[in-house]
Design a protein. Structure first.
Length: 263
């Protein structure tokens, strides 16, 4: 099932240290750290990021299968990036057949870009798996206001991004349902011909697009029926409380970022 391969956008409620952290600190820390993951340029940086990411995953008390699901959904991107970097010109030749030449520089660049993508996805999964969509929306709004974004725009941006993240598993579930329906009607998704694969993809994409638009319309009607009118006059039932452990978390990720940049 497609839904089994999607972890990004899911929230699993547990009693763990990562779940109890202030969502604002998690959002700021993990988002910045995911960005710094694209700055690693040595296997020493890879070792540091691997250790820190593994610690965060263990502190979440979630099974590693949840994080592996997030990687399964991007395997094509990872392989594509690896192959493109593998044939980088330059360096000492390690292997060659005809015009195909693999160098040590190409192999190093391919490994580094692969780790960058994996770290970014895993850190994003830690954030979404340990933070509820509502808390994530409120945290994003607060973080944007820290950077002097007007309240109206901060609220609208956080609402749109949170809805988009929340709809990832919903759309995956819908795609799985459409695929099964098309298979029951005789659709062939295993056709080796390129034209057959295109027809199979179209039989999923068009109904999925129609379903997504219908869900978006239903959501807008439901929000209007409940009196949603943007940020004006809105209050929160649950307030965030910054604790000492949130400060330690920000210090820890700051040290990792400092190490990657300057050491």
């Amino acid at each position: 099932m497609l839904l089994d391969n999607v972890a990004l956008g899911r929230y699993v409620e547990l009693d763990s240290l990562m779940h109890s952290l202030d969502p604002r600190g998690k959002l700021l820390g993990l988002f910045v750290l995911a960005g710094f993951a694209f700055s690693i340029n040595s296997f020493y940086d890879v070792l540091i990021m691997s250790s820190y990411t593994l610690v965060l995953m263990l502190l979440s008390k979630l099974s590693l299968k949840y994080y592996m699901k997030s990687l399964k959904s991007i395997w094509f991107i990872v392989i594509f990036a690896f192959v493109i970097q593998l044939f980088t010109i330059g360096g000492n030749t390690l292997f060659s057949i005809g015009f195909i030449r693999i160098t040590d520089t190409g192999l190093f660049n391919a490994a580094i870009i692969t780790f960058r993508i994996l770290f970014a996805v895993l850190l994003s999964s830690v954030l979404t798996l340990t933070t509820s969509p509502t808390s994530l929306a409120h945290a994003l709004e607060d973080v944007l206001r820290w950077f002097f974004v007007p309240k109206r725009f901060a609220h609208e941006i956080s609402m749109v991004m949170t809805i988009a993240i929340r709809f990832i598993p919903v759309i995956a579930n819908e795609a799985d349902r459409i695929m099964k329906a098309q298979l029951s009607r005789g659709a062939n998704f295993d056709d080796r011909k390129f034209s057959g694969r295109i027809r199979g993809a179209i039989s999923i994409i068009i109904p999925l697009l129609v379903s997504a638009l219908r869900r978006a319309e239903d959501l807008s009607i439901a929000m209007e029926a409940r009196g949603y009118n943007g940020w004006e006059g809105r209050t929160r039932f649950k307030q965030f409380n910054w604790k000492i452990k949130d400060t330690f978390f920000l210090i820890s990720f700051s040290l990792v970022c400092f190490t990657i940049i300057f050491i």
